[in-house]
Structure formats: structure tokens, C-alpha cells
Design a binder for this molecule. Structure first.
Ligand code: COA
Length: 160
């Protein structure tokens, strides 16, 4: 069974993430979305909130699971029996960090592959921080976040 893991902060999930999720879920038997800790970031949404938003966005999808983990991605891969890390690449600016992560994970376990998918062109400018900034200022976020999640994101900022 081909188990892939799509890791990230998902603070919060965007339509850009959903595009990668849809495409990745078609090329594996099971896709695990891993909400992880990036120590360089101070998340706005708690781990539980980020998982709940992803689950709300996905509904019932038989080969997709959402989980959280507070350790290293490579350890999570072992816990899940997963073989492949899926990451989205938006622009050249993502490349250096992603290359470092992919090489580090390869060094820690040569049997684990990292596969990159180019983010769909219409989401190449999108990021979770853009969504947070819009929501904080009460601007429309519906075009950028999965259906049914905008209200919960606004609520975080006390907006409607
Ligand atoms: N469309 C739109 N936006 C996207 C996107 C896509 N397809 N893919 C990524 N992004 C955005 C995210 O929203 C995020 O935006 P933000 O910076 O404004 O919040 C940004 O790109 C980076 O996203 P992501 O891929 O989720 O990376 P991250 O840096 O938040 O998370 C982890 C990286 C969590 C996977 C990484 O830190 C990790 O593996 N942590 C576990 C500990 C570990 O193993 N560390 C490595 C060894 S030291």
C-alpha cells in the first residue's frame, strides 16, 4: 500500500493546499495530511483548530486522513509506515528551504522520498499568512479558503 504524507503548518488551510491534496490523493492509496510544528513559526490557530479546519474542508474522503504530530516529520513517516513526502512548490523562493528539508530527511532515512508538485498557477501567490492578513482586516477570504471554512477563520479574529 502506497502511503504518502503531505506535511505542513496549515495555519489555516487554503485552496492552494486543497489543490495539492486533490492531486496527491490520486497518485497514492492513502494520503495522510500531517499538521506539524514549524519551530520558526508562531501559529495563529491551535493544532486542534488547524486539524478541525482541514477535516471540515475535506468532509468524508475515503483515502485521506488528517493527523497531527509534534515531533520530526521523519519520525511521523515511520509511525505511519509512509514512503513518500509530498510538498507543494509555489515559486523559486520556496525551493531553497524545501531542498534543505528534502536533503535532511533523505540523510535521516534514505528510503523515504520527497516528491514536489507545482502549485496550480492560480494559487501561486497564495499563502496562509495572506489569508490571515485579509481575515484580520475583515476582507473577503472565500475565494482563497475551502468552502465552509471562512466563517471559522473570521471567528478567530472576532469578525463576521
Ligand atoms: N498553495 C498555497 N500556499 C501554500 C502551498 C500551496 N500549495 N504550499 C505551501 N503554502 C504556503 C503555506 O500556507 C505557508 O504559508 P505561510 O508561510 O504564509 O504560513 C507556506 O507556504 C509554507 O507552508 P508549509 O509547506 O506548510 O511549510 P511550513 O514551513 O509551514 O511547514 C513543516 C513545514 C511543518 C512541514 C516542517 O517545518 C516540518 O517538517 N516540521 C516538523 C519538524 C521537522 O521534521 N523539521 C525538519 C528537521 S529539523
Amino acid at each position: 500500500m502506497k502511503i504518502f504524507v503531505y506535511p505542513g503548518s496549515f495555519d489555516p488551510v487554503t485552496r492552494g493546499h486543497m489543490d495539492i491534496i486533490d492531486r496527491a490523493s490520486r497518485i497514492c492509496d492513502k494520503l495522510i495530511i500531517a499538521v506539524l510544528v514549524n519551530n520558526a513559526k508562531n501559529p495563529q490557530f491551535s493544532m486542534e483548530e488547524r486539524v478541525a479546519l482541514l477535516r471540515q474542508a475535506l468532509g468524508e474522503r475515503p483515502n485521506i486522513e488528517v493527523r497531527s504530530f509534534s515531533g520530526l516529520l521523519i519520525d511521523f513517516m515511520h509511525v505511519c509506515g509512509a514512503t513518500t513526502i509530498i510538498k507543494g512548490l509555489r515559486a523559486v523562493s520556496d525551493f531553497e528551504y524545501e531542498l534543505q528539508m528534502a536533503l535532511l530527511n533523505k540523510q535521516m532515512d534514505p528510503d523515504i522520498e520527497t516528491m514536489f508538485m507545482m502549485t496550480a498557477i492560480q494559487w501561486s501567490y497564495l499563502s496562509s499568512s495572506v489569508v490571515r492578513e485579509l481575515a484580520r482586516n475583515g476582507a473577503p477570504i472565500d475565494p482563497y479558503v475551502p468552502d465552509g471554512t471562512a466563517e471559522a477563520i473570521y471567528a478567530k479574529y472576532g469578525k463576521k
